[in-house]
Design a protein around this ligand. Sequence first.
Ligand code: SF4
Length: 623
Amino acid sequence: MRLLLINPRFPESFWSSKWALAEVLPNKRTTNPPLGLATLAALCPPHWEVQIVDENIEPIPLEPQADIVGVCGMGVQFSRQQELLAYYRSRGHYVVAGGSYASLCPEQYTSHADTVAAGECEYIWKEFCRDFEHGSPKPLYHETGMVDLTDSPTPRFDLLELERYSYVSLQFSRGCPFRCEFCDIIVMFGRKPRVKSLEQVGRELDELRRLKVHSAFFVDDNLIGNLPVAKKLLAFLKEYQDKHSYKFNFGTEASLNMAQHKDLLQLFREAHFGWVFIGIESTDPASLRETRKTQNLHEDILTSVRRIYSYGIDVMAGFIIGFDHDTTETFEQQYRFITEAGIMVPMIGLLTALPKTPLYDRLRREGRLTTLEDAHDNTRPGTNVIPMSMPYEAMVDGYIALYKRLLTDREIARRIRNKLRFLSAPTYRGGYSTRQGLGIFWRLVLRGIIPGGPRRIWHFLRTLPWLEPSQLPTVAADWIGALSMKEFADRRVTVEPTEQGSLERRVNSVRSAIDRYVAAGNVTLKLRRTSAPDLAVCLKGKLDGPFFKRAAPGLERLLKDTRASVTLRVDALQTQQFDHFQGLLRRLARYGDRVHIVVDERLRALVPIDSSVFNLVFARRVD
Ligand code: SF4
């Protein structure tokens, strides 16, 4: 039996760190590998042949040798997941949908997949494999109970190209004891944290050590959900590293109440945790109470963050704006806190109601949900929630202005300095050798700092820890993280709405560069004005090398200077033009998430298109 498991391409977001991955970090394509698929692979019968393809690092196979194609997905991947399920199904494969969104909303997949696997997979996947071998797979396998995590196998890390990821994910627990109103994790995994045994964790670390992994991310919903057990895990991790003389750099997600336990913080440090992601959400006690995030109310949040810093642990944090108590004043409060605390990677989102959460149910009852499609990515200027204490437009404008303010060179430098005053020497050094580290630093300076001009160079110099060189990797990582956020925000969040005139000019410049081909009917251009404008370019007749040379700069400028996307539909392409077409794609690759390529089946086989870079569209018609 041959099984192909696919992790669909994520739409670009703050989490993608695209600039850092493309310009500074060697050989990395994305942040985390698909741990769920590696776990699923380990649950298959030993005689099954399993392949994992992550579309975030490599193109999907168009003609796979597979009896079953499984496509997983989170909410943000839903639309690509649907496209892939439809494509593979149309080619005669048996398709299975799974992942966190299928677990939350299995009913949304019934028309897209032959089988839907909903919920934790440890038991239901084995049942599916048995049924499939007997020729009687069911349309739905729904885990409604809770899996005992000691039944979870060591994931098939060996099926993943681990060197292409910034971190390798592993998991110790599922579930979280808290009750945040917006959270879908407790809907899926419950409020009683369940854990793997320490022996299981040891086996997973053995495997990662064998694969020479150094940076590992515990993707637990809340690593300290069960405090006594978390302490045992941390002590075990320290002992494990000492015993094997092997240095993993760990990171994780945990709740802010970790700051209340100094012994826990010390254990985190000794186990080599260099960073933690914390949902701070708001500094306003009224908003925290409203959303039932009472674990953040133990003390002044700034004090908590600085105490975590004092153990050498960096803090990344999530913030939410749009609670019922939030007003336009909230933006100033969030700005002040983020700046004083020196949070370098502030993931700020507008309050978003995810299906099946208590928040969703409440707002639906109150008639405060909009029908915004794709309300899954909460780090973009839009949401499906109608705010209570400020107009929607003011909230979106305030959100954009906040990011603009936080991502100036001066503010980036100020936050780094504010953090360094409280961050004691971290144990974290990144998973790079000294040589690689120097290369990263050099590329940061060359491609990130110098292009920012004298002002950025000045602010950069002011953040260098001249008296404490051990802080240098932290400063470099902070600039890389901040410039990556800035690059994305400049293109997708804080960008001024495309002025009609500027868009027209860019389109006209593309048109005039290739007017002779348009006049001959070999190319058509059509600007479609939706909320995000799209220039549809259809190649339909005889073209030559000069055409591609003339078209490329204009299309590149259009993507660079506006928010428009480009749809390239290739109806005809002569063999001798394949190289020129690839040259055009290379020029547009940087904006690949806004380039949709539609080619028919014959051309798809002849002209390889990297679906991890561009949106490869399977539909035959563009309009
Ligand atoms: S602390 Fe995090 S995981 Fe736990 S309920 Fe709140 S948002 Fe969900």
